[in-house]
Design a protein around this ligand. Structure first.
Ligand code: NAP
Length: 248
């Protein structure tokens, strides 16, 4: 079978863990050259070990403009123009909106919304025509303490729609994937105990059997579709990958 992304250059922020990592591994298996970005080097190196000749790792923070600029420069020096951009770096913090600490709300805005927007803005001059940008939005059930997270993700979805229109003259497609609750380390870093995390995830997942926790691979498969030529006429869309959670 021919590889879907043979020799395509894919840049993935948050590529050391969860959805970003699963996407990186799937893209590598489909022949892509992959650039991984996150703050911790070790997880990125684990992915790089799968195909050292086709992986570049860059450490940095999506909230720091110089780090994003360094990522773009390193990518073009090693692999040339970028065909696929997946700004997947993101965080969640648990706190009802009325009680949430302002600095935690701001951090989620900085990483999830501005981090995504600034990653795309930095890469615009480095994107090939026909490039695909795949953002990570998402919407958790209201009333569970993820209001600030939901607000940042709504901003990502709105931004992706605008960017799809702005970049259409260059035939660059911009889409979003909205994962439902997905089994990644994000949930271990929300600021509560493992037991409280389990209780939260039980509240967030719906009654449908199909809406139990998704896997990072479920999301990566949709990212592969959006990155591929099969999605050549798909832009400005948000694809929900939640096993029917929102519907059930
Ligand atoms: N898991 C879910 O249920 C779910 C649902 C909806 C949407 N999403 C979204 O999907 C995306 C991936 O999340 P995930 O669940 O795979 O989370 P994850 O397993 O925690 O992975 C997050 C990745 O982002 C990186 N990251 C975090 N802050 C960063 C920063 N300031 N600069 C650079 N890299 C940073 C992390 O590495 P370092 O810490 O080393 O930097 C890690 O590689 C996020 O945008 C998330 O909001 C997830």
């Amino acid at each position: 079978m021919p590889q879907t992304l043979l020799n395509k250059v894919a840049v993935i922020t948050g590529g050391g863990s969860g959805i970003g990592r699963a996407t990186a591994e799937l893209f590598l298996s489909e022949g892509a050259k992959v650039v991984l970005f996150a703050r911790s080097a070790a997880p990125l190196e684990e992915v790089a070990a799968l195909a050292p000749a086709r992986v570049l790792t860059v450490t940095g923070d999506v909230t720091v403009g110089e780090d994003l600029a360094r990522l773009a420069t390193a990518t073009s020096r090693r692999f040339g123009q970028t065909d696929i951009l997946v700004p997947a770096a993101g965080i969640a913090r648990l706190a009802p909106l009325v009680h949430a600490n302002a600095s935690e709300i701001d951090l989620q805005l900085q990483v999830n919304f501005l981090g995504t927007l600034n990653t795309v803005r930095t890469f615009v001059p480095h994107l090939n025509s026909n490039a695909a940008v795949i953002c990570l939005s998402g919407r958790m059930r209201e009333g569970c303490g993820l209001g600030a997270f939901n607000a940042t993700k709504a901003a990502v979805a709105a931004t992706a729609r605008s960017l799809a229109v702005e970049l259409a003259p260059r035939r660059i497609r911009v889409n979003c994937i909205a994962p439902g609750p997905t089994d990644t380390l994000m949930w271990r870093k929300i600021g509560v105990s493992p037991k409280q995390t389990e209780q939260l995830l039980a509240k967030l997942t719906g009654p449908l059997k199909t809406a139990q926790l998704g896997t990072p691979q479920d999301v990566a498969e949709v990212a592969l579709f959006l990155a591929s030529e099969s999605a050549g006429h798909v832009t400005g869309q948000e694809i929900v990958v939640d096993g029917g959670n929102a519907a059930g």
